[in-house]
Design a protein around this ligand. Structure first.
Ligand SMILES: *[C@@H]1O[C@H](CO)[C@@H](O)[C@H](O)[C@H]1NC(C)=O
Ligand SMILES: *[C@@H]1O[C@H](CO)[C@@H](O)[C@H](O)[C@H]1NC(C)=O
Ligand SMILES: *[C@@H]1O[C@H](CO)[C@@H](O)[C@H](O)[C@H]1NC(C)=O
Ligand SMILES: *[C@@H]1O[C@H](CO)[C@@H](O)[C@H](O)[C@H]1NC(C)=O
Ligand SMILES: *[C@@H]1O[C@H](CO)[C@@H](O)[C@H](O)[C@H]1NC(C)=O
Length: 191
């Protein structure tokens, strides 16, 4: 490798990481929110938005915990959501929805799901990435993870991107369930 290529790698954190750590995205995974008071609430879909907590506590007509599958590879990976069929033995009106984070220009900073052929210039639908078990979005060659949650009712927390204007609290999204469901241990450090 030439010196120029090497120095380029070193200036791009993502490529530098990728050179050292290879983590394949699982074929199917759920996402769980960890943080202060969040012991691994599952991510669920309701009315086109992403929430952490209990779908049954949502007032939506078709909420369900999401099973994600990756689509695409490398830095252009999208995550496609479907109901977790183990947990959802009722019919929902949605399938193959695309996980999407708002761009800086979006006024609504909630994390959304787009139906497959939607295009929305205010939303980013590619660049999702696991570092270890933790979910990031690649933006301008950097791993970003400003995930925030806002409690909207008991056991229902709306998921936001890069917005604390309403008192949202930081959360970490991971693709592993809490080791001790039912407790609220705070941030898990297990890999
Ligand atoms: C679906 O939910 C079940 C029960 O919580 C869980 O064991 C399983 O890992 C989930 N599947 C995915 C792909 O997240
Ligand atoms: C699914 O349906 C079965 C049978 O009706 C019921 O016992 C079970 O609790 C249901 N599971 C969920 C997660 O709703
Ligand atoms: C999305 O577009 C493709 C190609 O045009 C089409 O085959 C597919 O049915 C569309 N999906 C939906 C959900 O409309
Ligand atoms: C459902 O909950 C959301 C947020 O929790 C609230 O804004 C909305 O008014 C509720 N809708 C109904 C029909 O209760
Ligand atoms: C978060 O928002 C600030 C202010 O709009 C912006 O400067 C920053 O780039 C955003 N960060 C990410 C990771 O989107």
């Amino acid at each position: 490798m030439s010196f120029n290529k090497l120095s380029l790698l070193c200036t791009l954190p993502l490529l530098a990481l990728g050179a050292n750590i290879k983590r394949a995205t699982p074929d199917e995974f759920g996402l769980y929110g960890y943080g202060d008071g969040f012991g691994g609430f599952p991510l669920f879909y309701a009315d086109g938005y992403a929430y952490l907590g209990e779908p049954a506590s949502s007032n939506s007509s078709d909420p369900a915990v999401v099973t994600f599958s990756p689509s695409g590879s490398g830095t252009s990976q999208s995550w496609i959501g479907n109901p977790n069929t183990t947990l959802t033995n009722y019919t929902v009106s949605w399938s193959d929805v695309t996980f999407a984070v708002p761009s800086n220009s979006a006024s609504d900073k909630r994390i959304q799901f787009l139906t497959s052929n939607d295009t929305d210039s205010d939303m980013t639908t590619t660049g999702f990435y696991f570092y270890g078990h933790t979910a990031f979005v690649i933006e301008d060659g950097q791993l970003e993870s400003p995930w925030y949650a806002l409690q909207v009712s008991e056991r229902v927390h709306a998921l936001y991107w890069n917005d604390t204007s309403l008192g949202q609290v930081p959360v970490i999204l991971r693709n592993i369930a809490p080791s001790n469901p039912g407790s609220v241990p705070g941030i898990s450090t297990e890999e």
